[in-house]
Design a protein around this ligand. Structure first.
Ligand code: GDP
Length: 179
């Protein structure tokens, strides 16, 4: 007798203004298993990373914008089959936090229904330059029922926890295949 353990495949999309650290977060998270896929037609790329948490094996497919966020919108295909979206802002740049609302609207318009949203306040290592308090960001996240965490891609702080918390929000009957 042996047990067959299923692998859950979870597509995650990164959103947020240019320069907030999206690519750095992805690179930090996947750095020990670097793999890259390219989807030339929509100008975005993804990397994969497998995590084993509570005897569940989760294979993340993490999509980054490849700079397309400069046009303030992403192709609807970018979101197709996504279980979660991470909206990143820079804690040292208020305008990147103000822009989060726009990304939430974009998700409501183009993202899958019931997508898990995580708000990540990146560059938390730059405490002296902080323009956005943890409290106001946490309040906003609560309002939109999003996961909230501050991260530092530089110091490797909060990043594994960000993805672990996404796993804990997956529905109990999550089938483990991108839709
Ligand atoms: P993207 O445009 O959102 O993908 O942002 P990048 O990942 O290219 O990062 C933009 C800049 O911010 C780069 O110079 C990074 O080195 C820097 N950066 C990213 N994350 C952090 C962080 O956590 N702390 C600090 N101090 N700098 C960061």
């Amino acid at each position: 007798m042996y047990e067959v353990t299923s692998v859950k495949e979870v597509k995650v999309c990164l959103l947020g203004e240019s320069g907030v650290g999206k690519s750095s977060i992805v690179l930090r998270f996947v750095s020990d298993t670097f793999k890259q896929g390219l989807e030339m037609t929509i100008g975005a790329s993804f990397m994969t990373k497998t995590l084993v948490v509570d005897q569940q094996t989760v294979k993340f497919q993490i999509w980054d914008t490849a700079g397309q966020e400069r046009y303030r919108a992403l192709a609807p295909m970018y979101y197709r089959g996504a279980s979660a979206a991470i909206i990143v802002y820079d804690v040292t740049k208020r305008d990147t936090f103000d822009a989060v609302k726009g990304w939430v609207r974009e998700l409501a318009n183009y993202g899958p229904k019931d997508i898990i949203i995580a708000l990540a306040g990146n560059k938390s290592d730059l405490e002296d330059l902080r323009e956005v308090t943890k409290k106001e960001a946490a309040q906003y996240a609560e309002q939109i029922q999003a996961i909230f965490i501050e991260t530092s891609a530089k110091n490797d702080s909060g990043i594994k926890e960000l993805f672990t918390r996404i796993i804990s929000r997956l529905p109990a009957d999550f089938s483990g295949k991108p839709k």
